[in-house]
Design a protein around this ligand. Structure first.
Ligand SMILES: Cc1ncc(COP(=O)(O)O)c(C=O)c1O
Length: 372
């Protein structure tokens, strides 16, 4: 083997080892195998997937797409068709929209295009981790300011952190994992004076009270991120879109630089879901009812505090240690996302609003753990 190749690869591996990457942990099938139960019995409440979407109607659409598309062709005409449908759904012009392989890929694309070595990105903590991983991969610095105890933005401290090197501001609202929406006036204050790109991550906006989409023209440096993974229940397909002024959209589209990043099958499925928008609307309405029931039931359990939510998940804090609760729940086939201490709250978990039977399993298990 070529010596210089070996040396170069070893150095590369060392540098890549230092990169933090996302690790999902145990999978539902893996857990079901460990417990000797069927995976359909696992209460998978860890990834904010939306099981309220009618699967049989979705499957019907999937079959229609299979009949309609020709897999041998590149998806040339599909992108503009989806953009047109999205423009109608969002009531904004088509040149304000770019599509991508779900929110994660768009985050990665925006950060790859706009952040370079030596740039700084600003955000708050706790929040969604992917932007931080992408900025660090670009050899940028990621600065975070803690949220206030009510999970709202600490605007003066964030304003103080702005500098000529700060080229990205990441605001997740509704925020993962705190599940609240940030006050619009706070977002506005920050965006108006920020000397770079602002990503407003609205992955959960369909479950929330308001969106910045109708106001996008007011903020030339803002990119709003949306996904089909949550409200539309298409997490498996990986489809998302971003909304921004045409100048930024052109960069995100033309400098991507891959010509067809999203599969034609996925795009067609997005179109079908928009043409049958009542599937999403019915699911969101049902989830919101269940969300209130879940919060109420969690708060009735001794030593559990559940917070108000504007997303498809709920933040919960327990008196018992997080590792203990997490393991006990896993052993009962309940999967949550463990966060541990968040701000002043100990032992935090992010709980997806699941179907009633799975939420009931969680509630029952938490009660049993308390009694042991
Ligand atoms: C805040 C937020 N943004 C973006 C995403 C990315 O989702 P996807 O890549 O499925 O669109 C997630 C996923 O959980 C999220 O919580």
């Amino acid at each position: 083997m070529n010596e210089s190749y070996r040396e170069w690869l070893e150095q590369k591996k060392l540098r890549l080892q230092a990169l933090d990457c996302y690790s999902a942990g145990v999978t539902p099938e893996g857990l079901a195998q460990q417990l000797g139960i069927d995976s359909s019995k696992i209460a998978k409440l860890n990834f904010n997937e939306n099981l309220f979407v009618d699967r049989s109607r979705q499957t019907l659409l999937l079959k229609q797409v299979a009949d309609e598309i020709d897999l041998r062709m590149y998806p040339e005409d599909e992108v503009p068709k989806l953009v047109k449908k999205l423009a109608e759904y969002l009531r904004i012009p088509q040149d304000y929209i770019v599509i991508g392989n779900a929110g994660d890929e768009l985050l990665d694309r925006i950060i790859r295009l706009f952040i370079e070595k030596g740039d700084t990105a600003l955000s708050f903590t706790p929040s969604f981790i992917i932007p931080q991983l992408c900025v660090k991969r670009q050899q940028g610095e990621y600065v975070t300011v803690p949220l206030k105890s009510d999970f709202q933005l600490d605007v003066p401290t964030m304003l103080n952190a702005f500098s000529e090197k700060t080229r990205l501001l990441y605001i997740c609202s509704p925020n993962n994992p705190t599940s609240n929406q940030m006050k619009p006036e706070d977002i506005e204050t920050l965006v108006k004076v920020f000397p770079g790109i602002v990503i407003l991550d609205e992955a959960y906006s369909e479950f929330a009270d308001y969106t910045f989409v109708p106001r996008i023209r007011e903020f030339p440096n803002m990119i709003i991120l949306r996904t089909f993974s949550k409200a539309f229940g298409l997490a498996m397909l990986r489809l998302g879109y971003a909304i921004a002024n045409p100048e930024l959209i052109e960069i995100l589209t033309k400098k991507a630089p891959l010509p067809y990043p999203v599969s034609g099958f996925t795009i067609q499925m997005g179109i079908k879901m928009l043409e049958n928008i009542d599937i999403m609307q019915t699911a969101v309405a049902a989830l919101k009812v269940e969300r209130e029931r879940l919060i109420k039931s969690l708060n009735q359990i001794a030593g559990v505090q559940a917070f108000d939510s504007k997303a498809d998940f709920v933040l919960m804090s327990t008196k018992l240690p997080a590792d203990f609760v997490y393991t006990k729940l896993l052993n009962r086939g309940v999967m949550l996302k463990k966060w541990g201490k968040l701000l002043q709250y100990e032992n935090c978990f992010r709980v997806t609003v699941g179907l009633p039977e799975f939420n009931a399993k969680l509630i029952e298990s938490l009660k049993q753990i308390n009694e042991e």
